[in-house]
Design a protein around this ligand. Structure first.
Ligand code: PMP
Length: 409
């Protein structure tokens, strides 16, 4: 199982938390869609920053300010390379994917979306990619429209084509569903939107840790993700925006750092990305994110994708064979997530039984209520895998679910 170049046991030793025990059992972390663990390289990089480089950036001409600025801007370069952006000026640091989407809604959305305009999202979206657009639509008198999915949880491109029209200003769509694991055809979605002159925001929160992403190949106008879901720290995330597009946008928050010159009569703003980074940013965690992306690139995203596909196929086949298990989300193209419900059990009961064995899964609605309701459920059990998981861990999960299924029959 796995790729010849991929030694999972060596990889696991890079993650100190994987040696934890929970309820006397080895921890099996299947909650990667909620957040991922940090390799020692990231933990060390954060400690090194605070021990040797800590300073505010840009403002002071002294040695530590120079070190901190180099580390922060170095991280921006790493993110730009990781996403295949044209340059670091296309990368804005924010708190996470949620803040990233709100930033785009309150800059691009405020400027370009008006009464009678239309915003398209998919039925798969996380609440973070629904609510900001709903709020903007209500404020502007715009209309929110929804791309339906088929019974496997895949986007229906023909229905999407029918929604597109000259009033469409923005399409906001996820690359990987956090609740179902569906990998959506984002390149097609972008191309179709551009034909009617609409811009596209791609929510990459669940994609970047599982597959190679190239924003220029996708031709995405905006691409967002969270550091903590890609083996980096919490509190740091990214907005990618095409340079020419960012240059036309108004600032977001006002304050220090984002200005070129201030008088009481007027303010001249900096060019992007600084225009969108008011105040002191999350310097250390940006640097930590850079270390996480370096780590991931050393592993190789193609190796990761290959190994994880084998894990997901293994888990899916074994879950499907258990009487009473219903898989939610059966699209051909999936990443990481195996959502299911078990007849006769609340999802929390399954989660508790797994936790008893040291196995961490999320249960509930996963901040994606519309797509679960599309399948007639309010909650699922959601194991979500990363490259440091193993088939032995999956066997432990399957044994618990099988035991529960047997006890109810
Ligand atoms: N979009 C998707 C697809 C997600 O899975 C998540 C996190 N569950 C978010 C957006 C929001 O990310 P954050 O909570 O890190 O801002």
């Amino acid at each position: 199982q796995g790729h010849p170049a991929f030694d999972v046991n060596a990889v696991r030793r890079d993650f100190p938390i994987l040696a934890e025990r929970v309820n006397g059992k080895p921890l099996a972390w299947f909650d990667n869609a909620a957040t991922t663990h940090k390799p020692q390289a990231v933990i060390d990089r954060l400690a090194y920053f605070y021990a040797h480089e800590n300073s505010n950036i840009h403002r002071a001409a002294h040695e530590l300010a120079a070190r901190a600025t180099d580390a922060y801007e170095g991280a921006r370069n790493k993110v730009a390379r990781f996403l295949g952006a044209a340059g670091p000026n296309e990368i804005i640091f924010v708190r996470g994917a949620t803040e990233a989407i709100n930033l785009v809604a309150q800059t691009f959305g405020q400027q370009c979306i008006g009464a009678g305009d239309e915003i398209i999202v998919s039925h798969l979206e996380h609440h973070a990619n629904i609510v900001p657009w709903q709020q903007l639509a209500a404020e502007k008198g715009a209309r929110l429209r929804v791309i339906p999915v088929d019974d496997s949880g895949q986007i229906l491109l023909d229905d999407y084509a029918k929604l597109l029209n000259p009033r469409t200003r923005l399409v906001a769509v996820t690359q990987v569903s956090n609740a179902l694991g569906t990998v959506t055809p984002v390149a097609d979605i972008v191309a179709m939107a551009h034909r009617v002159g609409a811009r596209v925001l791609v929510d990459g929160a669940q994609a970047v840790s599982h597959m190679r992403v190239d924003v220029q190949a996708l031709d995405a106008d905006f691409y967002v993700f969270s550091g903590h879901k890609v083996f980096g720290p919490t509190g740091i995330g990214v907005v990618y925006g095409k340079a020419d597009l960012l240059a036309q946008l108004p600032p977001w928050q006002g304050g220090g750092n984002m200005i070129a010159d201030v008088t009481f009569e007027r303010t001249v703003y900096h060019a992007p990305p600084t225009r969108f980074e008011a105040g002191t940013g999350n310097i250390a965690d940006a640097v930590g994110l850079g270390a996480a992306l370096d780590y991931l690139e050393r592993l190789g995203l193609d190796n990761v994708a290959y190994y994880e596909t084998a894990l997901l196929d293994y888990a899916t086949a074994h879950l499907r064979a258990i009487p009473g298990v219903r898989l939610i989300g059966t699209a051909r193209d999936k990443a990481s997530v195996a959502s299911f419900v078990l007849a006769g059990y609340q999802t929390e009961e399954v989660g508790k039984a797994l936790n008893q064995e040291g196995i961490a899964v999320r249960t509930g609605h996963h901040c994606a209520q519309p797509i679960l309701r599309r399948f007639g459920v309010e909650a699922t059990v959601r194991p979500s895998f990363a490259f440091y998981n193993t088939c032995e861990e999956i066997d432990r999960m399957i044994a618990v679910v099988r035991r529960l299924a047997g006890a109810r029959r």
